[in-house]
Design a binder for this molecule. Sequence first.
Ligand code: HEC
Ligand code: HEC
Ligand code: HEC
Length: 435
Amino acid sequence: MSDVKTRRGRTRLLAILAVAAVAMLCIRWLRKEDASQGDAAVAEHEPAAAMDLVQRGEYLARIGNCISCHTRHGGEAFAGGMSFGAPYASLGTLYSTNITPDRTTGIGGWKEQQFVRAMHEGRAPDHGRLFPAFPYNYFSRVTDDDAKAIFAYLRTVKPVRYTPPANSAAFTLRSGMALWNASFFKEGRFNPDTTQSAEWNRGAYLVNGLGHCGACHTPRNVFLAEKADAALSGSTYPESAASGKRQNWAAVNLTSASSGLGAWTVDDIKKYLKTGHSRRAGIFGPMNEVIANSLQYLTDDDAKAMAVYLKSLPPLNESPDNAIDSGHVQAGAPVYAEHCEKCHMSSGRGAFLKAPPVAGSAVAQARDPATLITVILHGAKVGAGGPAPFGAWEDMPSFADKLTDDQTAAVSNYVRGTWGNRGGMVTAQEVKNQR
Ligand code: HEC
Ligand code: HEC
Ligand code: HEC
């Protein structure tokens, strides 16, 4: 008897695990199309308090970067149809929805309260639970007033009659999300920390709410849920190019670890977020779009508040598990001297109008070396998200044809283990994967 019960219990457990597995696999989305809006016009903004409701909603929608995910390549703004794939191709594709005010294909028929619920709980009136490719685990923290302002703004955008393609079968299993949500999603508004300044709280609200920085910068557990105790300490962001080729990026450690933003001042961070350029680094890769479509529109006060909050984060994930021995560090010295020194200098400190520092660089020391390797192999175009700001340096050239996998790994290890940098060992195989 008890044997049967155990077996039944086991079957039920297996069934639950299977549903959980499907839900889990659905969480890690890959952007398939290139959504770059290239909207580089720099808008002037009045201080937040002086804006009327719709203007405020527009500003907040920018910070949430709704347009990047809800506009397909070459499509009309907010009409949806951008494809997201799970890490396992067999699961197929999920498409973002039409959030224009068209009554039949968009959200024109939604009531304000239904929209607020979608933002806070990840539930839609017509099709139930939403997949967290829509970052409602962050948007849940947004105040009712801000969510309502975004709704008011979306009411004013051009209605577009467009139905995104049908989702693959795996993404019709919306009930599977119930289990994942029960385990990993905590609904609830932002809770101010009264021991901190108003500016810090504003920054925390934006970074962990609409800004959803952790969606890329926070590491995930085996269930692909973000690890709350390692928030913003760096992760891997898998991006799929329009060609279908998968390309990993390290979304760097944003805490004040020496391998994160430890070397950046509040002003460096503020400048980088608003312009894509600071003394410490310029933009390339996935941050291009985040800055071009979203962060460049921040008011000075909000950019500063985000920087103040980020700068206050205690160091996490500082040292690598796989430290590099001095032999492997030194093996890359000649490659650095021949190919890198003229811009980044022997001190690793870079030079004005030439290159940013690699000493203390978060990219150089990231746990996942993907971004470092990609920058060496493919170079970095300054101002790829718009016109290069004043004081920007020249482009970083591509070394894919000049360095072998071994040489690229060697110079990576040199950069990761010199000038006090602390990164883990890079192998030739890891270089090969990024080609
Ligand atoms: C990282 C990508 C991403 C961002 C950023 C994003 N969304 Fe979405 N959103 C999606 C995806 C994908 C879906 C579809 C989810 C599903 O079908 O389960 C979605 C669904 C929605 C829905 C449900 C619509 C419906 O018909 O069911 C609403 C409403 C919505 N998003 C509003 C917004 C707003 C407002 C913003 C900006 C504040 C925003 N989204 C930002 C990816 C995103
Ligand atoms: C779509 C994923 C994604 C989102 C969302 C995102 N980031 Fe990033 N971020 C990255 C990646 C990948 C890198 C490293 C490569 C690059 O610069 O593109 C990065 C780099 C950075 C850097 C360091 C640049 C350097 O070169 O050292 C900072 C600072 C940063 N992000 C801040 C933020 C903040 C603040 C937010 C939220 C407002 C945010 N990011 C949202 C993916 C993302
Ligand atoms: C012609 C000058 C030049 C040379 C040579 C050069 N770089 Fe760069 N490097 C740059 C510039 C400019 C950037 C910033 C690009 C941007 O942010 O848009 C950069 C960025 C970087 C970054 C990212 C820094 C950060 O924190 O965002 C790393 C790491 C790096 N280079 C390593 C190397 C290595 C290793 C070599 C040699 C194999 C090398 N570079 C050769 C100019 C150069």
